[in-house]
Design a protein around this ligand. Structure first.
Ligand SMILES: Cc1cc2nc3c(=O)[nH]c(=O)nc-3n(C[C@H](O)[C@H](O)[C@H](O)COP(=O)(O)O)c2cc1C
Length: 423
């Protein structure tokens, strides 16, 4: 990345950090009545309803990372897959308000990530570019026709920064990147269940925008634009994907008719990070510990996933389960193939933070490589590898010096006491 662009990203990172004495710039107060629309419609685009059945409902959670037969790319299987990664999974209602929740978490439940699908030679679907409409679990046909296309299915993702900026101001770009990372994790789980091996394509931002029709400026005139993020090939295919469609249809719906603020730094940092992602990479880069008792179905876990909240201060999670959860965060390439625990050799890194639990430092966040901390576009894709949580008793711990550990604990306590959660 060019030096000036790096400088601009680092400057954004610094100014959009909360600090002990100030929050990053944001709107301050919120008019909840004027919240942007939760879903983007493509007006006048043909809608194709997707089958809702989960076709992989029998697979237990513990078998998620095992090899499963690759299911054919057809509409029932794609419908099942999309439900499990970006679909709606629940509705909540409180005090007259009603809102939906999805298979993946999202900062503020604002869901800035839009899903696109490019299909060529998919049984039951005309070749074309489609927008996935989460609300109706349907595809909206955006483009079709033209020359013959290489077969395959590609997923594209874009972010609508304004969804997050409406609530979080200048921090919106960060949240969009984090949400993108969560979506990719959800894709990896859902794809594994269907026996697919998704792979991030090494396309630059302009190419992605072109493939998804996000560069058609006239179509986005007067509405919130979408930032191109990534394209994934669902199955091993060429890097060449269909992009020259003959017909285009649909107009993007406006999400917020009365935006009250402007945060120009978001466009600046987005611009500075455009370019090539670090490298083409398999998305299924995870491993699930297998030693679960009371194993439950993976699809059930995914469809019932919820962020923890409203802690009652009394319920207790057994430490063994908590440790298993942490172990599940370790990326596959840092795990020992034999014992499944963190590989030796990756521990020799510097400590960033240590939490003291039960009289010993049992959670530590090391940096695998110092450069992992550089802020890069698409870093969310790699973040599990950058900050693995080490929580494995067989590890030859490099105990941080006692006084340093105390200092870390102190910092954490100060943060807890002084900084109320801004969300
Ligand atoms: C990047 C990110 C940051 C989040 N930050 C907070 C937070 O500060 N406080 C909180 O209660 N929830 C936080 N959440 C959880 C979201 O509020 C939650 O995912 C969302 O409301 C949807 O609920 P669900 O995860 O149960 O589907 C965060 C989620 C993400 C992905």
């Amino acid at each position: 990345m060019h030096k000036n662009r790096v400088a601009s990203v680092l400057a954004y990172h610094t100014r959009s950090k909360h600090a002990l004495n100030r929050y990053a710039a944001g709107p301050g107060t919120l008019d909840w009545e004027a919240q942007p629309a939760a879903f983007r419609d493509w007006i006048d685009a043909q809608q194709i309803a997707l089958p809702r059945d989960v076709v992989v409902s029998g697979i237990p959670w513990s078998a998620l990372s095992a090899a499963h037969p690759s299911l054919p790319l057809n509409t029932p299987n794609l419908g099942s897959f999309l439900r499990l990664c970006v679909g709606l999974t629940a509705w909540k209602e409180y005090a007259g308000s009603r809102w939906s929740l999805r298979a993946h978490p999202s900062s503020g439940n604002l869901h800035p990530t839009e899903t696109w699908l490019i299909a060529a030679d998919v049984a039951g679907l005309e070749n074309g570019l489609y927008h996935y409409q989460n609300l109706h679990h349907a595809l909206e046909r955006r483009a079709w026709g033209g020359e013959s296309h290489p077969s395959g299915v590609w997923l594209g993702f874009s972010s609508i920064h304004w969804r997050e900026a409406w609530k979080y101001g200048e921090r919106a770009f960060r949240y969009c990147q984090l949400d993108m990372g969560h979506v990719l994790a959800a894709v990896s789980y859902a794809a594994a269940l269907h026996g697919w091996k998704p792979r991030l394509l090494a396309l630059d931002s302009d190419a992605i925008a072109g493939c998804l029709g996000l560069d058609r400026e006239a179509d986005f005139a007067g509405v919130e634009n979408e930032e191109a993020e990534v394209i994934i090939a669902l199955e091993p295919t060429d890097e060449i994907l269909p992009s020259s469609w003959k017909h285009w249809a649909g107009e993007p719906g406006l999400l917020d008719p009365r935006p009250l603020h402007q945060w120009p730094v978001i466009e600046e940092v987005a611009k500075a990070t455009r370019g090539l992602p670090p490298a083409a990479k398999a998305v299924t880069d995870f491993s699930i510990p297998r030693q679960y008792e009371n194993d439950i179905r993976a699809a059930e876990v995914i469809l019932k996933r919820r962020s923890a909240q409203a802690f009652d201060g009394e319920s207790v999670m057994p430490r063994a389960i908590f440790k298993q959860m942490l172990a599940g965060l370790l990326p596959a390439d840092l795990r020992c193939g034999g014992c499944g625990r963190m590989k030796h050799g990756y521990i020799r890194c510097y400590w960033c933070i240590a939490l003291k639990v039960s009289n010993r430092a049992c959670m530590c966040y090391p940096a695998r490589r110092p450069q992992c901390f550089r802020y890069r576009r698409h870093s969310a894709i790699h973040s599990p590898g950058n900050l693995p949580i080490l929580n494995c008793p067989c590890i030859n711990w490099l105990q941080p010096k006692r006084e340093r550990l105390r200092a870390h604990c102190l910092v954490i306590r100060i943060l807890r006491h002084v900084a109320p959660s801004p969300s």
